[in-house]
Design a protein around this ligand. Structure first.
Ligand SMILES: NC(=O)c1ccc[n+]([C@@H]2O[C@H](COP(=O)([O-])OP(=O)(O)OC[C@H]3O[C@@H](n4cnc5c(N)ncnc54)[C@H](O)[C@@H]3O)[C@@H](O)[C@H]2O)c1
Length: 256
């Protein structure tokens, strides 16, 4: 892939799953990767895998719900690599204690709404607000967010999660509309069902079967399916792609 070598990219949520897979792909493409996560051992393991494959990466503990930790993550990145050129927002609060209690409007407690928006949406607002001035000062850069196929509206459950993800789609467009002419690209991936560490642990075979049955695909998603698309969007090869929300999910949603 052209245009990723020596680019400094922050992966905000790279300890496991799609974030880890993408951080590894970016490292393999020659990017300098700062892996932020609330799970420091996981982020460190990702950085070690990148280093073992010949790449360069650092791991930094941060929390999407804590503004100061985000400022520290960005500063740490600049201190280590001298700049920041790209941001991949991928973290979300998927814990059973939060997402597991996120059902329908009538049954979902307000604390679930608050936590979900605090991390999933406001976390991305905070990371973008912190990184954007650096990108603008540098003449441009690329931001990729992660929402979900659930944001498209067919999931009867997870009301707070899906609302937070639909808001991320709009946040993505807002940034492209306002700063595209200043060299900022802002795009979003909406994953279908992707099997990472969390999904292996949950082992929801009914959901896995349903996804393949209702998809136009022979298999479930892998973190590498997202890693390739996100790396492309962060690279110079995607220079003319801005403000887009792409569903990456084996064709189970067909969009114009
Ligand atoms: N895997 C799927 O099937 C799927 C489907 C649709 C959307 N997504 C989205 O893709 C993204 C990655 O999901 P995944 O399946 O790889 O899950 P994951 O749990 O493996 O990855 C999420 C990462 O976010 C981190 N995180 C959680 N709370 C955080 C916080 N407060 N601050 C900083 N980091 C925090 C976790 O530690 C973890 O490393 C999420 O945004 C998720 O909503 C995943």
């Amino acid at each position: 892939m052209q245009g990723l070598a020596d680019k400094v990219v922050i992966v905000a949520g790279g300890a496991t799953g799609i974030g880890r897979g993408t951080a590894e792909r970016l490292g393999a493409e020659g990017a300098l990767v700062a892996i932020g996560d609330i799970n420091l051992p996981g982020a460190t393991a990702t950085a070690e895998r990148i280093a073992a494959a010949g790449g360069r990466a650092i791991a930094v503990e941060f929390d999407l719900s804590d503004e100061k930790s985000i400022v520290d993550l960005v500063q740490r990145t600049i201190d280590e690599f001298g700049a920041v050129h790209g941001l991949y927002n991928v973290g979300a609060d998927l814990r059973p204690s939060n997402l597991g209690r996120d059902t329908t409007l009538l049954d979902t407690d307000m604390d679930v709404w608050q936590r979900t928006f605090e991390v999933n949406l406001f976390g991305y607002v905070r990371t973008i607000r912190t990184v954007l001035p650096h990108l603008l000062a540098d003449g441009g850069g690329s931001i990729v967010n992660t929402s979900s196929g659930g944001s498209l509206g067919n999931d009867p459950m997870h009301v707070a999660y899906n609302a937070s993800k639909a808001a991320i789609n709009q946040l993505t467009r807002h940034v492209a509309v306002n700063w595209g002419a200043k060299g900022i690209r802002s795009n979003c991936v909406m994953p279908g069902y992707v099997i990472g560490e969390l999904q292996i642990e949950q082992n929801d075979t009914a959901l896995q079967e349903a996804f393949v049955t209702h998809g136009r695909t022979t298999r479930l998603g892998r973190p590498s399916d997202l890693a390739s698309v996100v790396s492309f969007l962060l690279s110079d090869e995607a220079e003319w792609i801005n403000g887009q929300t792409w569903y990456i999910g084996g064709g189970s949603h067909l969009r114009q």
